[in-house]
Design a protein around this ligand. Structure first.
Ligand code: EPU
Length: 341
């Protein structure tokens, strides 16, 4: 096998925000779509199991990876079109999400401010349809460019193709591992309306005595809330929310609300209710509690943190213990949010 730009036996410890130890048998940096197409044209590489790595901020590594890890570092950001309604802004998949958000705001293009400070890359954003403070990426998404690893061809996928849902998309389901996203184009509205209805954000703007916020002021408020509640992965290893907020049927919600009158809930358009997993976990006594080298973060029970020297198995052990408690207390099965490899 010719190795070219491929590296062997590469440690991934510094490439995942949990700081979990693991190695990739083969590793390649992808800084342009053509580099990937070239690599995939060779059967010896195309046939290896592969894993696509962005910022590694939504990932639990449970051991060494026997195949090829493709680290996406495709750069670039530009306005590609404009009409009376919107700006269409394209970014390379390897751009840091938060830097991209700040850059759009600086250009005077609002729309992504509620998603400020989310760790990770632009290319990873559609995979789990990142969301925060009342906004999901899907609402600003226009299309993406990807390489289909099965055919080696470049494709364009629109919103319908991506099948976005709450922290979910086709890339976590049927198409898992099939596409390497190379660039994403967002549609940023010219008739912008601030999205400030999320309780924490409303309060933060009130405290700041801001009545008609600019997009930048919303970003600043979101950044302040996140800094208070969520651990900085550069300081404490973590992957953001570890569980999705569960959705339950109306009847289940009614009986739970009877037992727990303060149960936070968000009614959904389809008649179901979304519950706050952090609240359920806290009510099982897990907030701030350690299990081995991993613990539940003291300011936000939805986040698991590596207190130093943890392995993926330690994270999964704590996750399973929490799931068992929540199941026993509330009869609800929590679903992990990060990708487990
Ligand atoms: N809560 C508790 N205890 C906790 C944490 C939360 O009682 O330890 C309660 C809060 O008091 C509140 C409710 O749960 O009533 C919701 O809490 P919060 O607003 O902090 O949001 P969350 O549901 O815990 C979700 C997202 C976050 C996102 C925030 C803000 C998921 C899985 N998580 O968290 O996303 O930043 O809302 O929009 O949907 C991520 O996905 O990695 C992430 C951080």
């Amino acid at each position: 096998m010719s190795t070219g730009l491929l590296q062997r036996n590469v440690p991934l410890d510094n490439l995942n925000s949990f700081g979990l130890p693991a190695r990739a048998n083969w590793f390649a940096v992808i800084d342009a779509a053509k580099r990937l197409i070239e690599l995939m044209s060779r059967p010896e590489w195309a046939s290896l199991p592969h894993f696509i790595l962005g910022g590694g901020s939504n990932l639990v590594l449970t051991g060494d990876f026997a195949g090829l890890v493709l680290q996406v570092r495709i750069a670039g950001r530009e306005l590609i079109a404009e009409n009376t309604d919107a700006w269409f802004v394209r970014a390379g998949a390897g751009e840091k999400w938060h830097d991209f958000v700040c850059w759009t705001l600086k250009q005077g293009w609002p729309g992504l401010e509620n998603l400020a400070l989310i760790p990770g890359t632009v290319g990873a954003a559609p995979v789990q349809n990142i969301g925060a403070y009342g906004l999901e990426m899907a609402e600003r998404f226009h299309h993406l460019e990807a390489v289909d690893l099965e055919t080696g061809e470049e494709v364009l996928l629109d919103r319908a193709d991506c099948q976005f849902d709450y922290r979910d998309s086709v890339f976590k389901r049927e198409a898992a591992g099939r596409y390497l996203i190379t660039a994403v184009t967002f549609r940023l509205p010219k008739r912008w309306q601030p999205v400030t209805g999320y309780a924490d954000l409303t309060q933060e703007l009130e405290v700041r005595q801001i009545v008609s916020p600019t997009a930048r002021q919303i970003a600043d408020a979101v950044i302040a809330i996140r800094l208070r509640k969520l651990p900085d992965p550069a300081q404490i290893g973590n992957a953001g929310s570890f569980f999705k907020n569960p959705r339950v049927e109306a009847a289940t919600f009614a009986s739970l609300a009877n037992r727990y009158p303060n149960l936070p809930h968000y009614s959904q358009p389809d008649g179901t209710f979304k519950l706050a997993a952090g609240w359920l976990i806290e009510h099982c006594g897990w907030k701030g509690r350690p299990l081995g080298p991993v613990s539940v973060y003291e300011h936000q029970a939805l986040v698991l943190v590596n207190r130093g020297g943890a392995a993926g198995a330690d994270v999964l052990r704590l996750a399973r213990a929490i799931q068992a408690s929540v199941q026993a207390e509330f009869g609800i099965q929590l679903e992990p949010e990060p990708v487990v490899l």
